[in-house]
Design a protein around this ligand. Structure first.
Ligand code: NAD
Ligand code: UD1
Length: 336
């Protein structure tokens, strides 16, 4: 089987390519390198003993996509390519609609032309907005609060409409909760450009001395210690979820949305405490005002993933903390 992985040199994509290789699958990556570097390909090769085929192209370039589909015998697509910064999406909505929604549209058009009808899409728990109930199951109301979230929802809807129009299509939209950690080799991991927006890379950069202290955004939420609660999931568990989802394509299955989370929620202060304990390091922090747009709690009801594809998260919080620090301490400046 050959799998086309869009955005395959990125954080989640690179970990997924390693897992695909471990299953003996052929991988073709298409990425425009807007948020990744080709050195990732060397690291993937070191870990898995195999180098993926790499094509530098933008998914909005229909000709480039058509050429890929005609050159390679592709069975399924895993679609990671996209811009992902919430704040940036509020400031530059048209750029986000163009890259994420138009990019996905062009990809689906090329797939339709090539008669490749199987796709796994990187969706996000952000489609639940401020969640209707906790834990969040897939039937919770979908209501987004920023252009990035709306992009994810519109892409899911476009894929759903396609499945309604033609029963050959099979779509698995994986709604990720909060991916953290890195491959246990310490060779691949998250490499944010500039000041990290997300909690985990901020903690590891404080630990390595790149940042002075962590700002804990709010200690007055309606949670046991007042800080925000999220469902953190090890990126390798997430990657394995994509391999499991591929097995669903043995028959046409229409549109399926599936949560990928652990079902456990941890607060910001619990994350800090856990990082300190596991890695024997101190993380200086200050309590700061709430970050606009943040919610108190978000964690998954992950049972559907187990029921339909036999997947559940295996790695706990200690492993996430250990692997995140292993990557950061081996690569203090990321891939540079
Ligand atoms: P990432 O930025 O590390 O990887 C995305 C990759 O896509 C990058 O390598 C980038 O160069 C590439 N890319 C972007 N636009 C492209 C385009 N137009 N054409 C070709 N390549 C393009 O991000 P990630 O954390 O690995 O996330 C992967 C996917 O998962 C994204 O769609 C993201 O929205 C989604 N997601 C991520 C998280 C998270 O916390 N990391 C959570 C939920 C969903
Ligand atoms: C954010 C995005 C979400 C996206 C997800 C991907 C926002 C509003 N939401 O989710 O759409 O799918 O990333 O990973 O950006 N925190 C601090 N200090 C920090 C950074 C974060 O206290 O320096 C807190 C936050 O307030 C939150 C928790 O840590 O309570 C997790 O934050 P983050 O890692 O940014 O993830 P989300 O906000 O859940």
């Amino acid at each position: 089987m050959a799998i086309l992985v869009t955005g395959g040199t990125g954080y989640i994509g690179s970990h997924t390519v390693v897992e695909l290789h471990q299953q003996g699958l052929e991988v073709i990556i298409v990425d425009n390198l807007s948020n990744s570097k080709t050195v990732v390909l060397d690291k993937i090769e070191t870990i898995s003993g195999k180098r993926p085929i790499f094509i530098e192209a933008d998914i909005r370039d229909s000709q480039a996509l058509d050429d890929i589909f005609s050159e390679y015998n592709i069975d399924a697509v895993i679609h990671f390519a996209g811009l992902k910064a919430v704040g940036e999406s509020v400031a530059q909505p048209l750029r986000y609609y163009d890259n994420n929604v138009v990019g996905s549209l062009r990809l689906l058009e090329s797939m339709a032309k090539a008669k490749v009808h199987n796709i796994i899409f990187s969706s996000s728990a952000t489609v639940y907005g401020s969640p209707e109930r906790l834990p969040i199951d897939e039937d919770c109301a979908l209501r987004t609060t920023n252009p990035y979230g709306t992009n994810k929802l519109q892409i899911e809807q476009m894929m759903g409409d396609l499945c309604t129009s033609d029963q050959n299509w099979s779509v698995v939209a994986l709604r990720y909760f909060n991916p953290v950690g890195a491959h246990s080799s310490g060779l691949i991991g998250e490499d944010p450009s500039g000041i990290p927006n997300n909690l985990m890379p901020f903690i590891t950069q404080v630990a390595s001395g790149l940042r002075e202290q962590l700002s804990v955004f709010g200690n007055d939420y309606d949670t046991p210690d007042g800080s925000g609660i999220r469902d953190y999931i090890h990126v390798v568990d997430l990657a394995i979820g994509h391999v499991k989802a591929l097995a669903m394509f043995k028959q046409s299955i229409g549109f399926n949305a599936i949560n990928l989370g652990t079902g456990n929620g941890y607060s910001v202060l619990e994350m800090v405490e856990s990082f300190e304990r596991v890695n024997q390091l101190k993380i200086p922090y200050q309590i700061s005002p709430r970050r606009p747009g943040d919610i108190a709690s978000c964690y998954a009801q992950p049972d559907k993933a187990y029921a339909v594809m036999g997947w559940q998260a295996e790695k706990g919080l200690d492993q996430m903390m250990k692997d995140a620090w292993h990557w950061q301490s081996k690569n203090p400046k990321g891939y540079q």
